[in-house]
Design a protein around this ligand. Structure first.
Ligand code: IPE
Ligand code: IPE
Ligand code: MG
Length: 252
């Protein structure tokens, strides 16, 4: 599907993706799981280009979770090295496209120093870009993020009565990051797997059976088309009377 079917006035400003299904994609082709991660690179950069073309301002992708350390050591090692290579290979190209690169996640001792250094270089190189922010969630867990925010709140010495949602939100990994409008998960799993737990509270969720390595900008546009049919109510009553779910039952 092309961008032509979209209302370009109502493009979600922040799209978040759980890039899932790499391992199964590879295994179904008789390849090692790691080949699926490799194939996911093309998907990611096609989605970045597609997002840039329609004016998505924030794109956040889940690259490695705090739970992914539980995988076999060889796969973990591959993922660490692959992410280093990917940053080196793509950093300048992203910079030329006006993409600002950021990371969310825990910078703990398990993340190799060299990778942390490359992350810092990419952040620094691209920090003045303003076309789109690509946030890579690496060693990221939504619960860890909330725990880290709570620790910061306690360390700030603020009294319990004065704590609001804002007190927590401004201590998340990137306080400037708006909440996602749309969260996409590929490969047929219907869960968040600890992705952006706080931030997804009112995001529209979209699931597709397509495996991440097969996902392309057209699939992004299809997700956005579906998003544009949704009515976001944020707890309010629909201004149109009956919501679309009732209308599509044929009652209205
Ligand atoms: C997502 O693909 C990539 C990472 C979690 C790093 P998976 O590796 O989870 O692929 P499946 O879900 O096992 O097929
Ligand atoms: C979520 O996928 C993490 C990433 C895509 C990086 P997983 O494949 O790790 O999630 P589960 O284990 O199926 O829930
Ligand atoms: Mg998976």
């Amino acid at each position: 599907m092309t961008a032509l079917a979209l209302d370009l006035e109502r493009v979600p400003s922040h799209v978040a993706c759980v890039m899932d299904g790499n391992g199964r994609w590879a295994q179904s082709r008789g390849l090692p799981r790691t080949e699926g991660h490799r194939a996911g690179e093309q998907a990611l950069f096609d989605v970045v280009d597609g997002a840039l073309d329609i004016g998505v301002e924030w794109l956040t992708v889940y690259a490695f979770s705090t739970e992914n350390w539980r995988r076999p050591a060889g796969e973990v090692r591959f993922l660490l090295e692959f992410n280093e290579e990917l940053l080196l290979r793509r950093r300048d190209d992203l910079h030329e496209r006006g993409v600002r690169i950021r990371f969310v996640g825990r910078r703990d001792r398990r993340v190799p120093k060299r990778l942390l250094g490359l992350m810092d270089d990419a952040i620094d190189l691209t920090k003045h870009n303003d076309r789109m922010t690509l946030t890579i969630a690496f060693n990221y867990g939504g619960r860890a993020e909330i725990v880290d925010a709570v620790r910061a709140v306690v360390n700030s010495g603020i009294s319990a009565e004065r704590i609001t949602e804002r007190t927590i939100a401004c201590r998340l990994y990137d306080p400037e990051m708006p909440e996602p409008d749309l969260m996409i998960r590929t490969s047929g799993e219907f869960r968040t797997s600890n992705f952006l737990l706080w931030e997804l509270a009112y995001s529209e969720l979209y699931f597709t059976d397509t495996a991440w390595p097969d996902f392309r900008r057209g699939d992004l546009y299809e997700a956005i088309r579906v998003y544009q049919e949704r009515e976001r109510r944020f707890g309010r009553v629909s201004p149109n009377g009956a919501g679309p779910a009732i209308a599509s039952n044929g009652d209205a």
